[in-house]
Write a protein of this length. Structure first.
Length: 309
């Protein structure tokens, strides 16, 4: 069969076109990249020191906010709360817990003694000095102030007495079993007292009763030894240092006796109810006291002055 002349011419034309395109592709592959435009702005690298400064400032602001409104670290300098808290212990104090519940008997609280156990703090008259004092206090580098730490024994309206015939402190006639948190061998108190806690105030004591200058020794101060509820900084709830001492600070069982609830219910009842049910309530209190008497409570203790951290 004779070859088709038209087909041969078409194939020849395709081969010539391919030959022309090959050198052009090689030239494109070896072509040098375009030079960068000198007028185009260069991308700046972020400075390490700038990033570090931002991190430090953010951490400082977060620390100030936490310390001012949420939680604060305190260190224990004395033995007035042994063995619940020892010198050198570091504790966390919650500043928000009392926004959700009231102060309870048995709570370990940090409070300011200014105006009650100590003279009122005189604020600097110079606004700059006053602002500076507030700033270093928030940061946590201020010198030790008038902060104390103790255990709450009596709430507003409570009748706190030392001691009954068995040598126990009583609150509204209910004896406290304190052997689980008092310093070993310490008596509940060698100093007698008999006080009804005024409204808005608290009666507080240290767990090492022989080495604690607490409410018993401030009866000549404003409030008769009691402290204002408004002076409470917060509740100590955990030991965080040293590692061997890490643990929580719960309320001892003795402060959860049913007799306390019964006494509170009687005191808050209408007069007619109290008069009509006085005998029944009294019998109930005595029954609860008999059932709870002698049962040890578990718990921790309180301290003297606290160093700010």
């Amino acid at each position: 069969m004779a070859p088709d002349p038209a087909a041969e011419e078409g194939a020849k034309a395709d081969a010539e076109a391919a030959a022309e395109e090959a050198p052009a592709a090689d030239e494109a592959a070896t072509e040098e990249p375009d030079e960068p435009d000198e007028n185009q702005p260069k991308k700046k690298k972020r400075s390490f020191w700038r990033d570090l400064a931002v991190i430090v400032v953010a951490a400082l602001v977060l620390t100030i906010l936490l310390k001012a409104f949420v939680v604060q670290v305190f260190s224990i300098p004395s033995g007035s709360m042994e063995n619940t808290l020892l010198p050198g212990d570091h504790i966390l104090v919650s500043k928000i817990v009392y926004k959700f519940r009231s102060i309870d008997r048995g709570d370990i609280v940090v409070f300011s003694g200014a105006g009650s156990w100590d003279p009122p703090v005189q604020q600097p008259s110079n606004w700059f000095a006053r602002t500076w004092d507030q700033a270093i206090d928030l940061v946590g580098i201020a010198a030790p102030g008038t902060d104390y730490i103790k255990r709450v024994i009596g709430l507003p309206g409570d009748h706190v007495v030392c001691c009954n015939t068995r040598g126990q402190v009583t609150v509204n006639g209910v004896p406290l079993s304190e052997s689980t948190y008092l310093y070993p061998g310490a008596d509940p108190s060698n100093t007698p007292f008999n006080i009804t806690v005024p409204a808005g105030r608290l009666w507080v004591m240290g767990d090492n009763r022989g080495d604690s200058a607490d409410s018993r020794y401030h009866t000549d101060d404003p409030g008769g030894g009691t402290i204002p509820e408004s002076a409470v900084v917060g509740r100590a709830f955990v030991i965080i240092w040293p590692l061997s001492r890490i643990g929580d600070l719960p309320i001892p069982n003795t402060f959860e006796q049913p007799a306390f609830s019964a006494a509170a219910a009687v005191s808050s009842a209408p007069p007619a109810t109290v008069a009509g049910g006085g005998a029944l309530a009294g019998a109930a209190v005595l029954t609860w006291r008999r059932r709870r008497r002698g049962r040890p409570g578990g718990g921790r203790g309180s301290v003297k002055r606290v160093t700010r951290r």
